[in-house]
Design a protein around this ligand. Structure first.
Ligand code: ATP
Length: 256
C-alpha cells in the first residue's frame, strides 16, 4: 500500500533522510521508532505529500506526485504531531474538516458526513465536546479531536505522528484499539511514529528503527526491541522483558 524507495529529504541544503526504503503492506501496521531528530516526522510528512523529496513514494501503486489533492485526501489521512488549531473553531467544525474531500466545492455536508463525524466523536469519548472551541480542550482531549478529524476522513491509509503522546494510559489504549479495529475490520493501513516502545511493539506488526536519517533495523518487534539496538541508537539503559504480549521496555536508572 505504501512503497518508499530511496527517499532523500533536505532542509536548506542539509540532508535529513539519506535514502530510506520502506514498504507497508495493505491492512498492516508499521511503526517508526527512533531517537529525537532521527527523521521520523520528516518521513511521515513526505509520505503525506507535505514535503518535497527525492526518490520514489507510491501509494496504492500510484506515485504520490500523480495523485490530485482530493484523490490523495481520500487515500491518506494524517495526524501531525502539532496540528494547526484554528482559533475559536468548534470541535464539530474541526472534525467536519475531515469530510472536505467528500463535500462538493461550494456544497454543504450531507447526512452521511454528519453521521461519520458523530460516529467518530462517540467512539473517541468526544460527544460531549462537539460544541466546545477546540482551543479550550485539554491536551489529551485535543489530541483525540485531531485523531477524530483524520478518522472522519475514512481514508485507506492513516499516518499517525505520535498520536497518543498526550493521552493517559486508558485513552492511549482506547485510541490504539480503535485504530487497530479499523485496520482489522476495514483494511486500514497504518504508518505511525511512537516514543513509547512497549506500546509501539504491542500494536505494530513491524517496527522500523530510524537513526540519523537511515533505517538502522526493521522487523517484528522482538527483533528490533533488543537491549543492544536500543543502547546503540538511543544511548539508553534499558531492560527488555519478554512477555506473552511482546517485549516490555523498562528504563534503568544510572547507578548512584
Ligand atoms: N523545516 C525544517 N527546517 C530545518 N530543519 C528541519 C525542518 N524540519 C525538521 N528539521 C530537522 O530535521 C531533523 C529530523 O526532524 P524530525 O522532526 O523528522 O525528527 P523526529 O525523528 O520526528 O524527532 P522527534 O522524535 O524529536 O519528534 C531534525 O534535526 C530537525 O531539526
Amino acid at each position: 500500500m505504501i512503497a518508499i524507495d530511496g527517499v532523500h529529504v533536505a532542509f536548506d541544503g542539509t540532508e535529513i533522510l539519506h535514502g530510506v526504503d520502506l514498504t507497508v503492506a495493505a491492512g498492516s501496521w508499521v511503526t517508526i521508532i527512533g531517537p529525537n531528530g532521527a527523521g521520523k516526522s520528516t518521513l511521515l510528512r513526505a509520505v503525506g505529500g507535505l514535503l518535497p523529496f527525492a526518490g520514489s513514494i507510491t501509494l496504492a501503486g500510484t506515485p504520490l506526485a500523480r495523485l490530485r489533492r482530493r484523490e490523495r485526501a481520500r487515500l491518506v489521512a494524517t495526524v501531525p504531531q502539532t496540528p494547526v488549531v484554528p482559533p475559536g473553531m468548534s470541535v464539530l467544525d474541526y472534525v467536519l474538516l475531515g469530510r472536505t474531500p467528500f463535500i462538493p466545492t461550494l456544497g454543504r455536508e450531507s447526512a452521511r458526513d454528519l453521521a461519520a463525524v458523530f460516529g467518530v466523536l462517540e467512539r473517541l469519548d468526544l460527544h460531549g465536546f462537539a460544541g466546545r472551541a477546540l482551543d479550550t480542550l485539554s491536551g489529551g482531549e485535543r489530541q483525540r479531536a485531531f485523531l477524530a478529524r483524520a478518522l472522519a476522513q475514512e481514508a485507506t491509509i492513516l499516518l499517525l505522528d505520535e498520536p497518543t503522546s498526550a493521552l493517559d494510559i486508558g485513552h492511549q489504549q482506547e485510541v490504539l484499539d480503535l485504530v487497530d479495529e479499523l485496520r482489522r475490520d476495514h483494511g486500514l493501513t497504518v504508518l505511525a511514529t511512537m516514543h513509547d516502545l512497549s506500546i509501539a511493539g504491542e500494536y505494530a506488526e513491524r517496527l522500523v528503527l530510524l537513526a540519523g536519517g537511515r533505517v538502522a533495523a526493521a522487523g517484528p518487534p522482538r527483533e528490533v526491541l533488543t537491549e543492544q539496538l536500543l543502547a546503540d541508537h538511543y544511548h539508553a539503559r534499558v531492560r527488555v522483558i519478554d512477555t506473552p504480549d511482546g517485549p516490555l521496555i523498562a528504563p534503568i536508572r544510572a547507578a548512584h
